[in-house]
Design a protein around this ligand. Structure first.
Ligand code: ADP
Ligand code: MG
Length: 251
């Protein structure tokens, strides 16, 4: 099967520092996979390049067989790739519903001329409510984004990304800052969304229960380099990964 996403020797430096060093991997369509590695390993920078926020200095990125290396973020979103950020990025003063509804409208706007239509607004509202139900935020639909608990704010960002009807969804540390209970709920939620929306899902994560609990494939970045790639079992047992990142406790 053709990979949905393919990186070929992706390289990026800031000043003299190589933040992404010749990273190559292929992501199978419909898969769920994790990227792990120490702080500063280049995980977010890699996402920034995949989603067009940064241009690689060298290498190629293909999405569904198409070269997206030099496309804008907007063009990449239009092709079907959405992302939730390590730091949440919704409109804090707007309601939860409006945040998701605006994203639904913008997605609908790509395919239709909306300007005149009230029914389109209603359709966007319905879609937004469906998404809020999927992520469990339907009861706080009328609250302003900033009023939500931290964990719910992270979920709202995922909801906004889902409104773009992506084929591929990238999540940067979806459980960061959450309590253990919230992390467990979010882990189950991510797995459910992956199935419900038939996504190819790639997430960056430090919580190893989440990584080893739901990822089919784990990729390890260290100092910008792809140190290892494999099944959760292979990664857990990989001596280089244990030395560089995992330590002994996860064994
Ligand atoms: N815009 C930037 N300009 C300069 N250095 C950056 C920039 N963004 C990230 N870096 C550096 O790149 C390295 C990798 O950062 P990052 O991708 O955020 O790591 P991770 O997400 O794995 O913790 C860090 O050393 C960071 O300081
Ligand atoms: Mg990061």
């Amino acid at each position: 099967m053709e990979p949905v996403l393919e990186l070929r020797n992706v390289t990026k430096s800031f000043g003299g520092l190589r933040v992404t060093a010749d990273v190559s991997f292929s992501v199978a369509p419909g898969s769920i996979s994790a990227i792990i590695g120490p702080n500063g390993a280049g995980k977010t920078t890699l996402f920034n390049q995949i989603t067009g926020y940064l241009k690689p200095d060298g290498g190629k990125i293909l999405f569904q067989g198409k070269d997206i290396t030099n496309l804008s973020t907007r063009e990449i979103v239009t092709l079907g790739m959405a992302r939730a950020f390590q730091v949440t990025s919704f409109f804090p003063e707007e309601t939860v519903l409006d945040n998701v509804r605006v994203a639904c409208l913008s997605q609908m706007n790509k395919t239709r001329n909306l300007l005149k239509s009230v029914s389109v607004f209603n359709e966007a509202t319905d879609q937004a409510f469906k998404i809020l139900e999927s992520i469990g935020l339907q009861n706080v639909a009328d609250r302003a984004g900033f009023e939500l608990a931290h964990g719910d704010q992270k979920l709202l960002d995922i909801g906004i990304a889902l409104a773009l009807q992506p084929k591929a969804l990238l999540l940067d540390e979806p459980t960061s800052g959450m309590s253990p209970e919230e992390r467990l709920l979010t882990r189950n939620l991510i797995k459910r969304l992956w199935k419900e929306f038939s996504l190819t899902l790639i997430f960056i994560e430090h919580d190893m229960d989440t990584v080893f609990g739901i990822a089919q494939t784990v990729r390890v970045l260290q100092m910008g380099r792809l140190l290892a790639e494999g099944s959760p079992e292979e990664i857990r047992r990989n001596p280089e990964v244990i030395t560089a990142y995992l330590g002994e406790e996860v064994l």
